[in-house]
Design a binder for this molecule. Structure first.
Ligand code: ADP
Ligand code: MG
Length: 294
């Protein structure tokens, strides 16, 4: 059976691309328009040009260590006419490999937009974004989508699971479409690792908010990304459940050594990160020293 996926994103600043991103974050743009829901989809049925990825040139920026996020003089405006807003203003920021960065700032200061830029879901008007040595400017949309699928896991405040798919399918389908062997098995392992081994065949509507966020986390982690970005991942959860999710995220960060960028309005959560960067009106207002690694 072939299905078309249409996702509505919630109204609000910075959210327009989020629904789309749920699919696009993990798979090829063209493929996301129409694909088989069968878990038996074979990897060789999927159009995926691995050779193309190896042709990506390393960054021309000098002195850049690999395995970092490097953002250089990024400007981004969104909207049209009188509603056009200059959101990110000359932002430069580097995140070291394995670092946990907390991103805080008032509502509307550009946190979500900056996260979307780091994840390659928004392209800046000017400036350069380099992730793991790969300059996003050099990638077309499909190559960028493939890059994201392998390197960047994304968790949103409002989960963004596909309601017609079970927990297992939500995690497995992006893996399948990226050509991962044993996608269903891998998805089941990832769900078990977030404590949902007994919820594989539940639909999102049959899961609590905390469980849905665990599925979303499993989906983000399943490709073993180098970078995990999380945009207010506890924003829709009660305090206790939110703490469990945050503990899980920091636990995964410690276990896998991936780079973590966590947007939060909760200062105590941000303080758990190695470094805290505060945004104000689209600019970096302050940045704490990176904590010494113990
Ligand atoms: P934060 O996550 O810090 O609350 P956002 O990155 O969501 O902030 O938004 C920053 C600013 O950009 C806000 O003033 C918001 O209204 C504006 N903005 C976000 N998305 C759009 C858009 N698509 N068109 C116009 N303005 C937008
Ligand atoms: Mg936001």
């Amino acid at each position: 059976m072939t299905i078309l996926i249409g996702l509505a994103s919630p109204p609000g600043a910075g959210c327009e691309k989020v629904g789309q991103a749920v699919i696009i974050a993990t798979i090829n743009t063209t493929m996301c328009m129409k694909f088989s829901r069968r878990l038996s989809t074979r990897a060789d049925e999927v159009t995926y040009d691995r050779a193309m990825d190896s042709r990506i040139e390393p960054s021309q920026l000098s002195g850049l260590a690999p395995d970092t996020i490097s953002i250089s003089k990024v400007n981004l405006s969104l909207g049209t006419g009188a509603a056009r807003v200059h959101i990110l203003k000359d932002i430069s920021l580097r995140v070291a490999s394995g670092e946990a960065l907390g991103l805080i700032g008032p509502s509307g200061s550009g946190k979500s937009t900056l996260l979307m830029v780091m994840a390659g879901l928004e392209r800046p008007d000017s400036g350069e974004v380099v992730v793991n040595g790969t300059p996003f400017n050099a990638l077309d949309e499909d190559a960028l989508a493939r890059f994201r699928g392998r390197q960047v896991g994304i968790v949103f405040q409002s989960f963004h699971l596909i309601p017609t798919m079970t927990a297992l399918e939500n995690v497995a389908v992006p893996l399948e479409l990226a050509g991962t062997a044993d996608a269903a098995k891998r998805a089941a392992q990832e769900l078990a690792s977030v404590g949902l081994g007994d919820r594989l065949h539940h639909y999102p509507s049959q899961l609590s908010g905390g469980e849905q966020q665990r599925v979303a986390l499993a989906r983000a982690l399943a490709p073993d990304p180098a970078i995990l970005v999380a945009d207010e991942p506890t924003g829709n959860l009660d305090e206790t459940t939110g703490k469990q999710i945050i503990d899980l995220i920091f636990g995964k960060h410690a276990e896998r050594g991936m780079t973590l960028v966590l947007v939060t309005h909760d200062h105590s959560l941000a303080e758990r990160c190695d470094r805290v960067v505060r945004l104000r009106s689209g600019r970096i207002d302050s940045s704490s020293e990176r904590k010494a690694v113990s």
